[in-house]
Write a protein that binds this ligand. Structure first.
Ligand code: CU
Length: 175
């Protein structure tokens, strides 16, 4: 009786474990998969410094958010989305990040009339760290750049005529 019940118990145990055993031993073909996944994760982690920041701007002529952050020397992608309901000729926005020490009002004034060069003053373009094209309502424009290596606050503006003067300005905090 004892033997019989022991056998029954063992058999039941074996039966209960067999699916688990089968699962614990994946077919050889699937073995490399976790390795590949591990590598992909490692790559992503290395490129983890890259950061995408989405900024919206509409007819109120404000960047939302107006303060963005990045690690010094990191890769940053800024996506500027215009939510304007007006025609592009009347309301377009860009993102222009300027070197520290730039005379921002002078840059904005000179660039507002530089329509042929995408509203970036050719004379002052050396002050630009990164700039997108102009985005009309419903459009998105993107720029990828390396954040300055010196921590600090960097100004970005929209150079569409009168927008900076209306308050379309923001700060990139490099930390
Ligand atoms: Cu604008």
């Amino acid at each position: 009786m004892y033997r019989h019940s022991l056998c029954a118990a063992l058999c039941a145990l074996t039966l209960a474990l067999s699916p688990a055993l089968a699962l614990a031993q994946p077919p050889a073909a699937t073995k490399p998969a976790p390795k590949t996944a591990g590598k992909a994760v490692a790559k992503k982690a290395t490129a983890g410094a890259a950061k995408t920041i989405t900024i919206a701007a509409g007819d109120t002529m404000r960047f939302a958010p107006a303060t963005i952050r990045a690690k010094a020397g990191s890769q940053v992608t800024v996506v500027l989305k215009s939510t304007s309901a007006l025609p592009k000729v009347a309301m377009a926005h860009n993102f222009v990040l300027l070197k520290s020490g730039t005379d921002v009002p002078a840059f904005a004034t000179a660039s507002a009339t530089a329509r042929d060069s995408n509203y970036i003053s050719p004379k002052l373009k050396a002050q630009v760290l990164a700039a997108t094209d102009m985005a009309g309502g419903g459009e998105s424009v993107t720029v990828t750049f390396t954040a300055p290596t010196a921590p600090g606050k960097y100004t970005f503006i929209c150079t569409f005529p009168a927008h900076f003067q209306s308050g379309m300005v923001g700060i990139l905090v490099v930390e």
